[in-house]
Design a binder for this molecule. Structure first.
Ligand code: DGT
Ligand code: CA
Ligand code: CA
Ligand code: ZN
Length: 571
């Protein structure tokens, strides 16, 4: 049992209680338990096995501890089952729609007996929502678009979630005697922001029991098929996993084929055809007599069509084959290129750790600098700071720096861009900061021109260094606000503002194709985690994946620079 699965139980409990109009404190205690568990960094099941007292974890009390133990020992949760019997699953699912919170869901359920997406869609189409309290014609239209978007995302998982399950499963399969090689392929290997399923390839010795061990894996909910060379299961979280066992001689061809993308594969095959070759998942063949030429490694496959190795993140048929043909592939940025992290929160706003704790962890990760960037006052739910509080916070940062923490801590802030494009804090205090991130956290529904003007106005403020999460999207949850991104990028270049690739796995904002556009227009980028705890500093890799998918090189990214050079970009 993975922590994520346990956290999901508490989230669902909170959702149902929310719809039932339960005491907000009780709801919040389950939500915060879910968050604590997801961020924990230690496997709960192993902790229980080792006899650890879970109540020592901050934020976990008796009642949550008992439920965690129940879930681990029985695979079930009594309270959740009870709640599920009271509120149909279809009702809770409605919460996943953008723009629908528990209050509205409760009204829909109580007054129109809406208990599924289909029913909601019908009610909206029939014009029955516009007369309900707090809704109108606009809500009706918005709900219909949300339903459409939600359906398109159903069954897809954020890459970070895929990582949790893939890592645990690969660790397990690696231990099976006779397994010689294991590689995740598919969209996971291409580091796409969401994955539909997980594709794992393996090479095994004779009589290896890998398929038996795979289908017996503890987290399997259902075995969809089992064979000698291919098996599929569905994990308890709903993620499908395929394992394929391959011959050594065709492993490279299979790895290339199953890594995809499909569009990339089709283009590679076309190119092969032109030189009298056939490429498929079994190898590279001469067309005229089907003679097998190669296929043990991916390099051989690329070489057969006259290309150097193309990194998986680029294989989307977005020009990578042409670039490889001219030997003009970008030298993609690596995690090892990153020297510091320029967005993170502390207990001063909505983070879980202190300045010193964040610095300590960053130092252990080998960073040379970090910026502490807590929220400004407009973001009230996050405990944002006003001018006075920020001034005090900056002094606290000075104090930690003065204790020689072995890493340089830049004084920063994430200042809110107000609806009129002005900033939430006075220039006097912003001047005291070494890094000012500006970001939109409210009024997402402006029309495009207005939002574009709003953001550009903020970029003109000479104190602003970085535009944080420039489009505001949340993967599978909230669309980007409407904005003319090209104009924003151009303004950022003109005013010397850096564009962020926010590495937080729910955001990945800028996304891959937008980061590429920014780079091609000549903008500078920064990859930052937006960590709300020391453990979340490890999320940097997801930002780097996104950058790689956006063809971004180390030289495009300012936090690959040594500190002295970094300062040159922070006007
Ligand atoms: P996903 O799972 O929806 O996130 O996306 P992928 O890319 O992992 O797709 P999946 O799992 O359906 O298949 C894995 C790879 O196998 C895919 O990226 C390319 C290859 N593949 C699958 N079906 C086809 C096909 O019909 N033609 C070609 N050329 N390749 C295919
Ligand atoms: Ca896949
Ligand atoms: Ca698949
Ligand atoms: Zn933010």
């Amino acid at each position: 049992m993975e922590n994520k699965g346990i956290a999901d139980v508490f989230t669902e409990i909170a959702d149902i209680l929310d719809i039932q109009g339960e005491n907000p404190f009780r709801v919040r205690s389950y939500r915060s338990a879910a968050r604590t568990i997801e961020d924990l960094g230690q496997n709960l099941q192993s902790m229980v096995k080792a006899g650890k007292n879970l109540e020592e974890i901050p934020g976990i009390g008796k009642s949550i501890r008992e439920k965690i133990e129940e879930i681990i020992s029985t695979g079930r949760c009594h309270l959740l089952e009870e709640l599920r019997a009271q509120v149909p699953a279809g009702v809770t699912e409605l919460l996943k729609l953008e723009g629908l919170g528990p209050k509205k869901v409760k009204i829909l359920y109580d007054q129109l007996s809406v208990d599924s997406l289909d029913r909601l869609e019908k009610a909206a189409l029939a014009g029955r929502l516009r007369n309900l309290a707090g809704m109108g014609l606009k809500t009706e239209a918005k709900i219909l678009t949300s339903i459409e978007k939600y359906r398109a995302g159903i069954g897809r998982f954020k890459l970070s979630v895929g990582f949790i399950y893939a890592q645990a499963l690969l660790e397990y399969l690696k231990e099976v005697p006779g397994v010689k090689r294991l590689d995740p392929a598919g969209s996971f290997r291409r580091r796409k922001e969401t994955i539909g399923d997980l594709d794992i390839l393996a090479i095994c010795g004779k009589a290896c029991k890998v398929m038996d061990r795979f289908t017996e894996y503890g987290d399997v909910a259902e075995v969809l098929s089992q064979g000698e060379t291919k098996s599929s299961v569905r994990l308890q979280c709903g993620l499908q996993v395929d394992v394929r066992v391959l011959e050594e001689e065709s492993y490279g061809a299979a790895l290339h084929y199953f890594t995809g993308s499909k569009a990339h594969n089709v283009a590679i095959r076309e190119r092969a055809k032109e030189s009298g070759l056939k490429i498929n998942e079994y190898g590279v063949f001469r067309s005229k007599d089907e003679k097998r030429l190669s296929g043990a490694t991916e390099e051989e496959v690329f070489k057969a069509v006259g290309l150097p190795f193309i990194p998986p993140e680029l294989r989307e048929d977005r020009g990578e084959i042409q670039a490889a043909g001219k030997d003009m592939l970008p030298r993609l940025i690596d995690l090892a290129d990153i020297r510091g992290d320029l967005q993170m929160h502390t207990t001063a706003s909505d983070g879980k750790n202190s300045i010193a704790e964040m610095a300590q962890r960053a130092k252990e990760m080998g960073y040379f600098y970090i910026a502490i960037t807590d929220h400004s006052k407009a973001v009230r739910v996050a405990g944002g700071l006003d001018e006075k509080e920020l001034a005090r916070h900056l002094k606290a940062i000075d104090k930690v720096n003065a204790q020689s923490p072995g890493i340089y801590i830049l004084k920063g802030v994430e200042v809110d861009i107000l609806p009129d494009g002005s900033l939430d804090l006075k220039d006097d205090i912003l001047k005291e900061c070494q890094v000012v991130l500006a970001a939109v956290h409210s009024r997402f529904n402006m029309e495009e021109g207005e939002m574009t003007r709003r953001i550009i106005k903020a970029l003109k403020n000479p104190n602003v260094n970085i535009l944080a999460h420039p489009t505001g999207r949340l993967i599978l949850e909230r669309e980007a606000y409407k904005v003319n991104l090209k104009e924003v990028i151009q303004a950022a270049i003109d005013y010397g503002v850096i564009l962020e690739i926010n590495a937080y796995p729910d955001r990945l904002d800028l996304r891959d194709v937008d980061a590429r556009m920014a780079k091609e227009l000549g903008a500078k980028l920064v990859i930052s985690t937006d960590a709300h705890s020391a453990a979340q500093l490890e999320l940097m890799k997801f930002g780097v994946f996104t950058a790689r998918r956006g063809w971004v090189e180390a030289k495009d990214v300012i936090n690959t620079l040594p500190l002295e050079e970094l300062f040159k970009f922070l006007r």
